[in-house]
Design a protein around this ligand. Structure first.
Ligand code: NAD
Length: 293
């Protein structure tokens, strides 16, 4: 029987640390980290996420602003807002909530955010920095997964890690982060032989967006299982991409859905914003302006 990984508790600790560090930054340099969130249209999930991000930012003492634009906004108007935020010294982190309405070019919008203010870690420069093992903001969800592995004492070095899903925001950066920590990484997608690949995993991260795709019977006994998926059942309850009850029987550690990876994403966003503020302050105010490390 596996142990649950309590993402809520870990996220609470990360947030408390961010708050302490932000207080220190304010005391040392009179600087408050600022996060600007841009939301376009009325996507209900985006509204929930943006509200949660803004609230979390306020709770750790950041300035936070929501810019809500009409669903019919033009690409030019959206880009001009992003440029304005790029130039605003009070804004250290910019997040454009995806997905955007179909007439907008999301890649161009993400690329318009200054890389040092890209607290989502989605900018091509930051994706490239991850690939090359150079510092820079990292995508929040896989970063949160790495933190969860650390919390349960799971060092990826030398282990077989299997990532199910190859999206730019979860699967690919996840694989690179595990590789950077010296795991032997396999990336699976819709054309992979999942049962066979999954059965070899010491560390399994699933981010496919398909309800209960991974069966418990496929899981290698003792594996650490991280379920990134969030799927809503007919009764409104949330379930992950892993068949939870049977996976719990075989895993050593497993994240629940909800309460596993989800809370970590926002916690890591706060960490990225603090780090961005710290770096930008260092640039403007000198090398001692950082916090902690
Ligand atoms: P996506 O749709 O962009 O990518 C899904 C990936 O899964 C694709 O690469 C696809 O090849 C793969 N896939 C789909 N069906 C498959 C199958 N049958 N077998 C093997 N691989 C398959 O999704 P995403 O944005 O990466 O998100 C994945 C899931 O994670 C979603 O449920 C999403 O809601 C969730 N998510 C959660 C958080 C969080 O904070 N908890 C953050 C981001 C995404």
């Amino acid at each position: 029987m596996g142990q649950l990984i309590d993402g809520k508790a870990v996220a609470a600790r990360v947030r408390a640390q961010v708050k302490t560090d932000a207080d220190r930054l304010r005391a040392a340099r009179g600087l408050t980290p600022g996060l600007a969130v841009v939301r376009v249209g009325e996507d209900p999930a985006s509204k929930v996420y943006v509200t949660a991000k803004k609230k979390a930012a306020e709770e750790v003492g950041f300035h936070s602003w929501e810019h809500h634009l009409d669903a019919r906004v033009s690409q030019e108007a959206l880009l001009s807002l992003v440029h304005r935020l790029n130039e605003d010294p009070a804004v250290h982190g910019i997040l454009v909530q995806l997905p955007l309405p179909g007439h907008l070019d999301a890649d161009a919008v993400v690329a318009a955010v200054l890389p040092e203010k890209d607290v989502d870690g989605f900018h091509p420069v930051n994706a490239g920095n991850l690939l090359l093992g150079r510092p820079g903001p990292r995508a929040c969800t896989p970063l949160g997964v790495m933190r969860l592995l650390e919390e349960v004492g799971c060092d990826p070095a030398g282990k077989r890690a299997v990532v199910v899903g190859r999206s730019n925001i979860v699967g690919k950066p996840m694989a690179l982060m595990l590789l950077q920590k010296h795991a032997t990484v396999t990336v699976c997608h819709s054309r992979s032989d999942l049962p066979s690949e999954v059965s070899r995993a010491d560390i399994l991260v699933v981010a496919a967006g398909v309800r209960e795709l991974v069966k418990g019977a496929w899981i290698r006994p003792g594996a650490v299982v991280i379920d990134v998926g969030v799927n809503r059942k007919e009764d409104g309850k949330l379930v992950g991409d892993v068949e939870f009850a049977s996976a719990l029987e075989r895993a050593s550690f497993i994240t629940p859905v909800p309460g596993g990876v989800g809370p970590m994403t926002i916690a890591m966003l706060l960490g990225n914003t603090l780090e961005a503020a710290s770096r930008q302050t260092r640039h403007v105010l000198g090398p001692e302006a950082g916090v902690g490390s």
